[in-house]
Write a protein that binds this ligand. Structure first.
Ligand SMILES: Cc1ncc(COP(=O)(O)O)c(C=O)c1O
Length: 386
């Protein structure tokens, strides 16, 4: 008997992890691998701040073994509300922002409709759009990785339900200018569309500072998503939130509440840890950003010296989206070849299915020595490949 999976499940892919199976197979045959595919600080020695871990440990000893309220721990909702400058009722706690994204698609996207995505984009949005049977539409961000406002304006159509902005960006590390963000807000206002602002890297900015979409949006409804994962170096905690700003969200919030109710609740102990994160000292951020900048500088130096590789310097998050010129027929062929040299990256097409040219995404979280070693391998591979 063959149990066939649903057609919906066939639409799911997650290229950041899909490549790992191939890497593991090569590892078994003896190739030593450097994993530059996944945006997780933990394997590279970065730990959540101690006061957050202490709060999680404390919560395990407390009375948090039951189901939490579906919309989230009341104290966490209050802490987030203060941080986001909304009311606690505007905040919904989710299992990482990943679940927040899932709930938004379920609540907003009927078949044939869409959330307008930047290209390149974080792959989860692509999958969610596909499994909502949405029409996948993009606006360009490939020139210097800044959103192209003309493309944004032209890509809005009668099926568009909302605009997505990821700032700082995964996969490019771009941090958008105030002018660009204002332009996006103006376009959303003209088109009467809400904005989804993925702020999951909003404290990981190591050059030039950043403007928050929520500080510009005024009359445009916006929903901000964030989590413990990146800003507090605690992706395993799996806690995040959605915060609704502005007018017009009434029935959408009711829909989100229903969706929260049907999945009962989010891990309560970890919600307590998030309270400590928001309210506690934030000294880790400057330290972490200092480390990221050192790594970014080394990476850019190495990329600049390798013919066939180019990118715009990331200013935030910990990713680079690198353009490759050379004989490889596809980005997948390039990434598979690099895999055989012991470096795991992600093919650009996973983030940018319609973008012309070959790209790969790497994380620059490893130590300087590990990064140097990975770039030695990349350099050698590029020479042979070319
Ligand atoms: C842009 C972006 N949004 C959302 C997420 C989901 O994060 P989490 O579910 O860990 O909060 C990620 C994770 O890498 C991301 O890069």
């Amino acid at each position: 008997m063959v149990i066939e999976p649903s057609t919906r499940s066939e639409l799911v892919s997650y290229p950041i992890r899909d490549i790992v199976q191939e890497a593991k197979a090569l590892e078994k045959q003896g190739t030593k691998m450097t994993y530059l595919n996944i945006g997780d600080p933990a394997p590279f020695g970065f730990r959540p701040p101690q006061h957050i871990l202490d709060a999680a440990a404390q919560a395990l000893k407390g009375n948090y073994s039951g189901y939490a309220p579906s919309e989230g721990d009341p104290e966490l909702r209050e802490a987030v509300a203060e941080f986001e400058r909304v009311a606690p009722e505007d905040v919904f706690v989710t299992a990482g922002l990943s679940e927040g994204i899932d709930l938004l698609f379920q609540a907003m996207v009927d078949p044939g409709r869409n959330i307008l995505l930047p290209i390149p984009t974080y792959p989860l949005y692509l999958t969610k759009e596909r499994i909502s049977y949405g029409t996948v539409d993009f606006y360009d961000c490939d020139s210097g990785f800044e959103p192209d406002l003309d493309s944004l304006r032209k890509s809005i159509n009668k099926y568009t339900k909302a605009l997505l902005v990821i700032n700082p960006n995964n996969p490019t590390g771009a941090v958008y200018s105030r002018k660009t963000l204002q332009g996006i807000v103006d376009i959303a206002g003209e088109a009467k569309l809400p904005i989804i602002s993925d702020d999951v890297y909003d404290q990981m900015v190591f050059e030039g500072g950043m403007t928050h979409m929520r500080d510009l949006s005024k009359d445009v409804p916006i929903v901000c998503g964030n989590s413990l994962s990146k800003n507090y170096l605690y992706p395993g905690a799996r806690v995040g939130y959605l915060a609704f700003h502005g007018e017009g969200w009434g029935s959408m919030k009711e829909a989100i509440q229903r969706l929260c109710n049907q999945r009962l609740s989010v891990n309560w102990e970890m919600q307590r840890a998030y309270i400590a994160a928001i309210k506690g000292p934030h000294g880790h951020i400057e330290k972490f950003n200092g480390e990221l900048k050192k790594r970014r500088d080394l990476m850019m130096k190495r990329i600049g010296a390798i013919p066939g590789l180019s990118t715009a310097a990331p200013k935030g998050a910990f990713y680079a989206f690198i353009k490759v010129e050379g004989p490889w027929k596809s980005d997948l062929e390039f990434v598979r070849g690099l895999l055989k040299c012991g470096v795991v990256t992600v093919p650009g097409s996973g983030f940018a299915p319609t973008l012309k040219g070959k790209y790969f995404r790497m994380v620059f979280l490893p130590t300087l020595a590990q990064l140097d070693d990975a770039f030695d391998k990349i350099e050698k591979y590029m020479k042979v490949g070319r």
